[in-house]
Unconditional design. Sequence first.
Length: 571
Amino acid sequence: MTAQATLQMLGRKGAVIGAVWIGFTAILAVWAPLLANSRPLAWKVDDPDLGTGWRFPLFELFTPQDVLFIAGFFMLLVCLACYRAGGRVAWVWLSTMCMVFVGSMVFYLMQQHQSLSGAIDSARSIYQKTPSDANLKGINSARWELALWWLQWCVIGAAILGLIAYALNRLRGHLPLFLLALGLGVGGFGLLMIPALRIEPPRIDIPSDDFYRTALADGRAEKAIFPLIPFSPNDTIVDQTSVDAKKLQVGVRNTLKPPGQHPTTPDIVREMSKQAEDLYGIRLYEFDNEREEGALIPETLDDAREARELLWQAKQAEPDYDAVSDKAMHERVGLLYAEFEKIEPETRLHLMGTTDSGQDLASRMVHGSRIALYIGFISTGIAVFIGIFIGGLLGYFAGIVDLIGLRLVEIFASIPVIMLLIMIVAFYERSLVLMMVVLGLTGWVGYAYFVRAEFLKLRKMDYVIAARAAGTPLHRILFRHMLPNGVAPVLVGASFGIAGAIMTEATLSFLGLGLEPTEPSWGQMLDQARQGGSFSWWLAIYPGLAIFLTVFAYNLIGEALRDVIDPRTAK
């Protein structure tokens, strides 16, 4: 039945278009670290600090989240390829994913334990330097924090073990199949953990995004293979030369650059002239009335040299001119210009331009697809789960339970979600997890109405009455017999709910109340288009188009699914 409905839905052009776009964004979300990253996929080094031979910096810094995404992608392909093998493949896939998830959580726990232990060591070192009651309380507080953290995860682990024991008890007849799936999961997990996840916690001194480019420029690395987009989403790019930037400030700002090759020669020249103006303390616009040609706006290296001479002549004509110190400053400007001329123009390609912080927009667009995926599926999943549970209870019991429960549903239906999120952002820090939870806890009302209406109809069906008379447990009647026959409207509403959650996050981010600036959200990029004193068209077109196409694709799938499931439209 499900396969038939899926084939009918994909037979519609709108659904195919929507599925293609959603599949494309999902692939971008899964492979984002390998598509857009400042760290090389592989590089050959010969340095005592970096090691020798071929190294794999990008894979060494993979997070459990990255591994889980990629593992899920491959397992999904295997499950689809072996669809005809029956339900056993689903067990293999599920157990493998569980093993990957458990391994990722172990890695996460080791990392967090190292962090909390480091806090204890830091508090102890402070107490040894300055013994006091306050510092002693700091040590005890850090120890209690570590103990409570482990207590929390021990309780969670005990609950998970209890669920596993319950599953084994229910699957006694299928125990060999379960053990086979578990063995395959362990084997797949072992393959996936090499070299993406390591046994020991990761290094604390993670290199910066600019570290690898600097190592290549200094000759410490022979060659490197970078991803398709060689920039991380938070890589603030500034072209630096060999001179110390704190002394001579040699560098070209990369803020708000349109799509194309950068840095351009005019950008380098203007930065040279600006640095010279700062050092001389004189501005070029002061010579507008003295020059017959009008204002000097440097565009070439000759213009920059001419601007330097004009500034130097004006400096010499000032009453407080000091021959010794100012001449030394003039030589310093000469060194500055010589280092600026070492910068090679048009050595980087920014496919979609850069943001107001100098970050590559294409990289942020790729990584932003993950946030869209999170917001859409996790928040909608929470809402669907709550809506099905509450709607099922109201529809099955009816009567006084339905009467009281509907008042609860109406209370949640009256909550303005946008205003609630704004209040939460005002009182708490911005958080993707918090936003997903709030959207899930407030978005279940529509699903509860749908399930309630279906269950009110299904509770009078003959097979439900027979199951009740046979003494079937309530949870089996609700979720084994009734739910599969009444879940169709929920599936349609879920597709529209995903689109609505993405739009809500984009709206908040556009208003500046969404995620942190380090999170590459499409709505946040759209907000940056009107900043910086001018309108940056590339920051409006690309994120806006991505939001429109994603929401439109989910709406197309929802419309097609509704037409397929609705018996009145079936032919």
